[in-house]
Design a protein around this ligand. Sequence first.
Ligand SMILES: Cc1cc2nc3c(=O)[nH]c(=O)nc-3n(C[C@H](O)[C@H](O)[C@H](O)COP(=O)(O)OP(=O)(O)OC[C@H]3O[C@@H](n4cnc5c(N)ncnc54)[C@H](O)[C@@H]3O)c2cc1C
Length: 398
Amino acid sequence: MSSLSAPRRDGASPRLVIVGGGVAALEAILALHHLAGDGVEVELHTPGREFAYRPLLVGKPFGTGKVIDFDLDDLARHVGAAFYRDLVVAVDLERRQIITHEDERIPYDYLLFCPGAEPRAAVPGALTFRGLDDEGEVTRVVRGLRAGELRRLAFAIPGGVSWSLPIYELALMTAADLSAAGVEDAKLTVVSPEDLPLGIFGVRAGEHVRELLDRRGIEVITGVHPQEFENGLLQIAPGDPIEADVVIGAPRLEGRRVAGMPCDEHGFVGVDEHNRVIGAEGAFAAGDVTSFPVKQGGLAAQQADTVAEAIAADLGLRPVAAPFDPILRGVLWTGEKPQYLYGMLSGGHGETSVFSERPLWEREGKIVGRYLAPFLSAIPGVERPAGQTGARDEDSGH
Ligand SMILES: Cc1cc2nc3c(=O)[nH]c(=O)nc-3n(C[C@H](O)[C@H](O)[C@H](O)COP(=O)(O)OP(=O)(O)OC[C@H]3O[C@@H](n4cnc5c(N)ncnc54)[C@H](O)[C@@H]3O)c2cc1C
């Protein structure tokens, strides 16, 4: 176990051990710091030293985005948490210990399990856009379209993908890029099992996104599952194959498995409404690794807040702990004005669906976390890439 920040070892405070160093982990540290101050000893165990802010990656092929690496040691130090560069290989829920790659056993009073999910290719023959490391291939495709070497690009969203927003962003930004370059004969198509593009935000927002895609000349084929891309044909079910020169697909996620942590066949961990791991005393899980069907950074942050509240209530620092009540907030980059989308996930889909070209919430960050967004917004360049204008006064679908 290699400590980078000095841990506090007064022995008096309960210890929260966090497995992971992503969105859920950071939000939980900040939330708990806010709710409990120094009342909880917090340790972060994760193999990498950086927190990679991934939503900005979609802009990279168009020269407007970047990955922002944030130093986890700095953050931990800032809020009095300890940071250890460990790959956690097992958890012992009975003894309340985690086990690191160096075979060290670390005891906990509370565990937050948030190692995220693994993106897997789901459409054979297609390029898979996972974010990191794939933007180079997408850049080559965009260059090929600009140069007229490629003409037909299809975007494929396979079944089981809940967060399709990056694929729509790639489609819209490609269309804007080609239009700016004077390319008029390229054909862009999005194929998706959704009823409406980004229909997860609700009917009104979904219809708005469909209109936006129509206006950009992007064909959208909904209610179909992309199967395979071979010999210039994207097979879909149901329906006739679609001709394409290249296909960019969204990945399907698998929860990151760690021995001893119960999970379903896809690696996802079952949690209750307070994000407690079902049947494991003192253990919580949050983020993409949980069985909650929508995998999104804002929701990972809301789950982390739920965990911090539950721990604070358990320690008598809060009268009650609010259960997880998911609200979906997304910023869709379009190559022009960003679109702000909002939807309630529990009940009243169409009723609560909102879209706007003005920010619908206080912080504009792509990952909306109560504590993480203001924290990150203090870092220049995180909020919006060059080339995105922030309109203030056009249509709103309230
Ligand atoms: C291209 C792209 C665009 C996106 N756009 C948006 C967006 O606009 N808005 C939005 O809200 N979300 C967006 N997301 C989704 C968002 O990034 C994820 O939902 C979010 O990062 C999930 O948070 P998490 O904490 O569960 O996992 P992650 O952030 O993936 O963090 C997991 C952490 O666990 C660590 N880890 C893994 N295994 C172990 C182990 N065995 N032991 C210890 N640590 C381990 C990892 O190193 C990592 O630090 C986007 C994702 C991508 C890829």
